[in-house]
Unconditional design. Structure first.
Length: 285
């Protein structure tokens, strides 16, 4: 099929590589540029290596894009992790429609921080959804979903590695179904929907009013490659919940909430318990 790919990150590059291996025709990769955005260099390198036009544009809905699409006459538009909304004037130009890959089990966690939210909420399962693009973000009919099991130790990096592996083959399955007109469209249940915006830096700050489990989940949800949970110059990359005996001892030793430095370790005292970490940075010390 003749495909136009919108995206900007390593997930987009993974999808592009899979489509190329699947012998699909990629007529252009369109990369949105907006304030504060970064482009994964591997995406442009993959496009250039395979002689695929790589377009960086400030406005993915501009006339220059619609004119290009009218000229190309794509069968399918694929969107991967772009943080702007494709207008109907753009996505309706593909003969077989436009699809998006979303890192959650829609309709849960629509929006811009779905993989973070699964960890922040302490979910035991999350996943990947491929769905048709509709006028409202992340609301279109579902084509395919695949679940990912989570445990209490899964970090954001580990979750993204699992998601990358799923993107590689799930996109090919979806494209094949669309190509053969064999898609069974599944309507999203709006009563099960939730939406979250992009995580702000302030969302990563340790709030001592929260529980031990909430802060533990925060630390693993915003760890590398993100900015890390922080407080007063301290950045925490990982933490552990001590066994009950150790925790009781530390709670007696440090009765007030706060951050305590003990040797090469940090103690995070919350109102309902304690976390320990030896994986941190401190710009103050």
């Amino acid at each position: 099929m003749n495909i136009i790919l919108f995206g900007e990150d390593i997930f987009t590059a993974t999808v592009l590589q899979s489509l190329i291996k699947g012998k699909h025709v990629i007529s252009a990769v369109i990369c949105p540029l907006y304030h504060g955005s970064t482009v994964y260099k591997g995406l442009e390198q993959t496009a250039n290596k395979n002689n695929i036009p790589f377009l960086r544009v400030k406005n993915v809905n501009a006339f220059e894009i619609t004119d290009r699409l009218i000229e190309i006459k794509p069968d399918l538009i694929i969107s991967v992790h772009i943080k702007v909304i494709l207008l109907k004037e753009v996505y309706a130009l593909a003969k077989k429609g436009a699809i998006n890959i979303h890192p959650s089990l829609l309709p849960k966690y629509r929006g811009l921080s779905p993989h973070h939210q699964a960890l922040l909420q302490g979910d035991k399962v999350t996943g990947v959804t491929i769905h048709f693009i509709d006028e409202k973000p992340d609301t279109g009919d579902i084509i395919l979903q695949e679940k990912i099991s989570l445990d209490e130790n899964t970090s954001i990096f580990e979750l993204q590695i699992k998601m990358l592996s799923i993107y590689k083959y799930l996109i090919l399955q979806a494209v094949e179904l669309i190509e053969k007109n064999e898609v069974t469209r599944i309507k999203q249940d709006p009563t099960q929907a939730s939406w979250y915006g992009r995580l702000k830096r302030s969302d990563m700050e340790i709030d001592f009013r929260k529980t031990k489990l909430e802060i533990y989940n925060l630390i693993r949800a915003v760890s590398k490659p993100y900015g890390g949970a922080y407080h007063n110059g301290l950045t925490l990359w990982t933490s552990v919940i001590p066994d009950r005996q150790t925790e009781n001892k530390l709670m007696d030793e440090f009765p007030l909430t706060g951050i305590y430095y003990v040797g090469d370790q940090v103690i995070i005292r919350l109102h309902d318990g304690v976390l320990q970490s030896d994986d941190f940075e401190n710009k103050v010390l």
